[in-house]
Write a protein that binds this ligand. Structure first.
Ligand SMILES: Cc1ncc(CO)c(N)n1
Length: 225
């Protein structure tokens, strides 16, 4: 299936996610709170534009069933996944307003601008290609960390792991994989290659997002740029 081809091509990048110090820090509970705070703030902004991509998916959907799938993804991201961020913000002492007024980092802008640009320009297939690495990789990371003894019981990071290892998030990722295969299977190789390019580029941007979080990097490291 097309998603098998995507996974094989992206594997060298994906294998680095679980090795990344930020991800390992969530898994063993050693992650500095300040780094997680920076990550949650940037990730909240990310999810706002990620939701806009789902809304574009509903606009571009050819079938009512696909329009509904994108609308369901939009709804669950706004109300379930982003609730995780709002709850963490409360625990860390950040108000919802502060969260929404976070200044975007260079990596965040690169990632969301790329997704929105490709989604606006493309069809519903490009929309799925834009969001697939995001949903699928976080589910894979959540499920892997959930297998680590005690990780999902960690008093602070446990909730993050539970969210991304949950049946609901797993179903969401599986639905996106199934939709990608459905939409890509009868496409000519030229179009499949473009979908693959988007998947690889967003896979690299996922890695850059972990790097940004681990270094709390807005624009340039150790600079007030
Ligand atoms: C950067 C990023 N990628 C993927 C997800 C999963 O939705 C997320 N919350 N943030």
């Amino acid at each position: 299936m097309f998603t098998d081809r995507l996974y094989e091509k992206a594997k060298p990048i994906w294998d680095q996610y679980l090795e990344h110090p930020f991800v390992r820090g969530i898994g063993d509970g050693s992650l500095e709170l300040e780094k997680f705070k920076f990550f949650m703030e940037q990730d909240y902004l990310y999810l706002i534009d990620y939701c806009r991509v789902f809304a574009l998916g509903s606009v571009k959907a050819n079938q009512l069933e696909t329009m509904t799938m994108f609308a369901d993804m939009l709804h669950s991201t706004l109300n379930e996944e982003m609730d995780l961020h709002r709850k963490y913000a409360e625990r860390i002492g950040i108000s919802k307003e502060e969260l929404e007024n976070t200044k975007p980092s260079a990596t965040l802008l690169a990632y969301t601008s790329y997704m929105l640009n490709k989604a606006q320009q493309g069809s519903e297939a490009e929309v799925v290609a834009c969001v697939l690495a995001c949903a699928w990789s976080y589910n894979e990371i959540g499920l892997a960390l959930n297998k680590k003894e005690g990780a999902s019981e960690h008093e602070f990071y446990g909730d993050w792991i539970k969210m991304y290892a949950s049946d609901e998030f797993t179903n969401l990722a599986e639905d996106m994989k199934q939709l990608m295969n459905q939409l890509a299977d009868d496409k000519p190789e030229r179009e499949k290659a473009h979908l693959e390019e988007i998947f690889l580029h967003t896979s690299k941007l996922e890695y850059l997002f972990w790097e940004m979080a681990d270094k709390k990097k807005m624009w340039v490291e150790d600079s007030n740029l």
